[in-house]
Structure formats: structure tokens, C-alpha cells
Design a protein around this ligand. Structure first.
Ligand code: ATP
Ligand code: MG
Length: 412
């Protein structure tokens, strides 16, 4: 059965990986809760237009990476490649405009058909946030503070750099776009085929190209910063003032643009040098035009998403499983069964060796890293008691059954 392998670019999270993955998500979710973000869960698939009409027809995601198929009803369906368009769709179809401002957190699998590498999968997971309905730069500062806080809590403060840029408002980008088209037209001989196509439709996208020839041309391209109007410049200044007030370190990255079409003003990435070519762990920006463009009420928005696999690889600390107690019967299997269940209901994590002699069961207790063994020896049992063996200290003690919970609590 050659097919009994995961599909290329997908992976199983075996228990240890799954624990780490879950810990990363929980730390993020917990901190997001402190900032007032509540969870939203959208479907894993959407109508294809939700993504194709919003991410931009020239984006890598739409042109090369979407998992799209026609379902049995003849609808074109796409496995979600990212969260923001799906959340915006949910905002519109759920009529959430009455509840602004809204702070939403999501987590879950995303799907992109790209070339798998370390830190680059076809099914990966993101955590992300969206703050909807706040036009002012306070929102940008808050979602950036949240991102920095989560990365700090994961112990990544010294491993990541916040790179910051502004894409300005529509007017600024129009002026800039003209300058870019002029510049790239002069250098068109050195551009990749993809970028030549982008030149007509979305020249800004060329700035995000990963092609080496393109990158050499991009290195000398005009900078958006030189085309910002007053409003855009003032907005960006305010975002930076907020970051400084919160002592959040950042680097200005004048060539940072985001890969998707719907961004304006603030754009940012937290990058690392620790993951080879997959240097971006968390990325986002402001997208005031998105919801209106999708047919909803014009609504400001800003958010980010982070790859959980990349965060997990950077998150160094071990994530040990909870250490259980193990119940070992000598001759009272049913009593052991009900004692095990009693302790679980009292809130303890309790495992039961299912078979074998004392030695074998103790070996298994060590394998699951048990904290102590609760041994139902015949003599103790006759006295309504059990023997507790502390598996770290190697010592053993008789404890009356009615004092058992209180005694086990001391191991916590
Ligand atoms: P990249 O430049 O690495 O392709 P991107 O710009 O496509 O990233 P975003 O769409 O901004 O990425 O997604 C946000 C985050 O999701 C990324 O910073 C990364 O951590 C994670 N991510 C994106 N694509 C993948 C993938 N194929 N596998 C694993 N993680 C991913
Ligand atoms: Mg990508």
C-alpha cells in the first residue's frame, strides 16, 4: 500500500508535536482574550470567489496555490488558504456591522498548494486576529502590541524582528503606482514573466516577488515613502509613536509589501533568521477596503496571522505531558477500576496498567512518566488502605483510602 503515507506537504501531529502545537495556540488564545478578542470559527471551505475576488487575481495564492474543486452540486469550492477573507465574509453574512468594534481571534488549518520545504506545508495552521471597525492608528498599535506580547510569551522576543512599513492610502498608492510603472517599464528586460504580467495589472505585487532577477530590479525601485500624502504620513507617524510609547522595537522596512491585494496603510512582518528561507512567522496589516469591496458595509480592519508550525519550531521549551498517577492492582481488579475512576472524577490524571505483574506495571508507569504508583496490595487493602510509591524518590508509604485524595494533592 504505497498510498499509506501522508499527502505531500501534509503532516501528522503525533502526541508530542500536538502538545507543542496546542500550547502555542493556547498561549496565543489566552493572551488575545486579555485584549478582548473572542474566538470565531469559520468553515474550512468557502465558495471560491470569497478568496479569488479579494486576495487579488495576480497574487501567488490565487494564481498558483489554491485548492479548488467543483463539488457535487457544481459549486466551485476552495479550501481556505487564509483567514481574513473568510472572517470578512462571516462578518458580512452574519450581519455583524451592528457590533462594531469587533475583535476576533481564529485558529485552524489553511491550505496552499506550494512547494513543501521546512516550515512550508500544503496544510498548515494559523492563529490570527482581526480588529474591525476602528479607523484610527490605535487599532494598529493594539494588534501589534498583542502580536509582540504573544511572541514574548512564547520566548521568541530575541529571535524575531518587527519589520514595519506603510502602503499609504489609495491616493498615495496611485501616485506611487505611476512612478513604479515608469520605473519597471524602463527595466522590463530584466523582469520575470510573472512580473511583466503584474506590471499591467498590479505593479506593487512585483515588490513582493521572490524571483532573483526581479529582486535586483526591485532593490533600486522608487520608495512608497516618497509618495505618501499628509494623511498617510500622519497615520504612520501615529502608529510609530504608539509603538515607541509601548517600547515595542521595530525596524522600518520601506520595501515590505504584503502579498495580497486588500492591504493599505500599516503593513508588518515579524521575521526571524532561525528558520532558513521561511523567515516570516507573523504577518499582517490594515485592510480598510476589503469588506466594502466584498459587498459589505465599508468597514475598517486590521489584523495578522502567524504560522503555528513556524512558531512551534521556534518555541524552544519542552512541553511535557501532565504526569499521571498509575493504579496497580495486585488481586482486586474491580476495586482498582472503581478507585481509578473515583480519582479521575476528583480531578486527578490517572492511568491504569492493563495487564502484567507488578514489575511490568511499574515499568509502564515509568514509561508514561508517572509521578507515583497507587498499589492495591492485599495487606493494605485489608486495612482499607493502599501503598503509594513515589516514583521520583523511590519511597513507599501506606495511605488510608479516605485520605487518598488529600495525599495525592501534595504531589501537585
Ligand atoms: P511566505 O512569504 O512565507 O510565503 P506569506 O506571505 O504567503 O508567507 P501569509 O499569507 O502572510 O504568508 O501568512 C501568514 C503566516 O502564515 C506566514 O508568516 C507563515 O508563518 C504562515 N504560512 C504561510 N504559508 C505557509 C505555509 N505554506 N506553510 C507553513 N506556514 C505558512
Ligand atoms: Mg506564500
Amino acid at each position: 500500500m504505497a498510498q499509506l503515507q501522508p499527502v505531500r506537504g501534509t503532516h501528522d501531529l503525533l502526541p508530542e508535536d500536538a502538545r507543542r502545537h496546542r500550547r502555542v495556540e493556547e498561549i496565543a488564545f489566552d493572551i488575545a482574550g486579555r485584549y478582548g478578542f473572542g474566538e470565531i470559527v469559520t468553515p474550512i471551505f468557502e465558495f471560491t470567489e470569497v478568496f479569488s475576488r479579494t486576495l487579488g487575481e495576480m497574487s501567488d495564492v490565487v494564481t498558483k496555490e489554491m485548492y479548488s474543486f467543483t463539488d457535487r452540486s457544481g459549486d466551485s469550492i476552495t479550501l481556505r488558504p487564509e483567514g481574513t477573507a473568510a472572517v470578512a465574509r462571516a462578518f458580512i453574512s452574519g450581519g455583524l456591522a451592528q457590533q462594531l468594534p469587533l475583535k476576533l481571534f481564529y485558529r485552524g488549518p489553511m491550505f496552499r498548494h506550494e512547494r513543501p520545504q521546512k516550515g512550508r506545508l500544503r496544510q498548515f495552521h494559523q492563529i490570527g486576529v482581526e480588529l474591525l471597525g476602528v479607523e484610527g492608528p490605535e487599532a494598529d498599535v493594539e494588534v501589534l502590541a498583542l502580536a509582540a506580547h504573544i511572541l514574548d510569551a512564547l520566548g521568541l522576543k530575541d529571535k524575531v524582528t518587527l519589520e514595519l512599513n506603510t502602503l499609504g492610502d489609495g491616493e498615495s498608492r496611485q501616485d506611487y503606482r505611476r512612478a513604479l510603472v515608469d520605473y519597471f517599464t524602463v527595466h522590463r528586460a530584466h523582469l520575470s514573466e510573472d512580473s511583466l504580467e503584474r506590471l499591467g495589472r498590479n505593479p506593487l505585487r512585483i515588490l513582493d516577488s521572490k524571483d532573483e532577477g526581479d529582486r535586483a530590479v526591485v532593490a533600486e525601485a522608487p520608495l512608497l515613502a516618497d509618495y505618501l500624502n499628509d494623511r498617510s504620513r500622519h497615520f504612520f507617524d501615529s502608529v510609530q509613536a504608539g509603538l515607541k510609547a509601548l517600547k515595542i522595537a521595530y525596524q522600518l522596512s520601506p520595501r515590505l509589501v504584503r502579498g495580497l491585494d486588500y492591504y493599505d496603510h500599516t503593513a508588518f512582518e515579524f521575521t526571524t533568521t532561525a528558520l532558513g528561507a521561511q523567515g516570516t512567522v507573523l504577518a499582517g496589516g490594515r485592510y480598510d477596503g476589503l469588506i466594502g469591496q466584498m459587498g459589505g458595509p465599508s468597514t475598517a480592519g486590521i489584523g495578522w496571522a502567524a504560522g503555528v508550525e513556524r512558531l512551534s519550531m521556534l518555541f524552544a521549551g519542552p512541553v511535557p505531558a501532565e504526569r499521571p498517577f498509575v493504579v496497580i492492582p495486585m488481586n482486586q481488579p474491580l476495586a482498582a477500576l472503581s478507585l481509578t475512576e473515583r480519582l479521575r472524577r476528583a480531578g486527578f490524571s490517572v492511568d491504569q496498567g492493563f495487564s502484567g505483574n507488578l514489575k511490568k506495571r511499574l515499568m509502564r508507569a515509568n514509561r508514561v512518566n508517572a509521578r507515583a504508583a497507587i498499589i492495591l496490595g492485599d495487606d493494605e487493602w485489608a486495612r482499607q488502605a493502599v501503598a503509594i510509591r513515589d516514583l521520583d524518590a523511590g519511597s513507599q508509604q501506606e495511605i488510608p483510602l479516605d485520605a487518598l485524595e488529600a495525599h495525592l494533592a501534595q504531589f501537585r
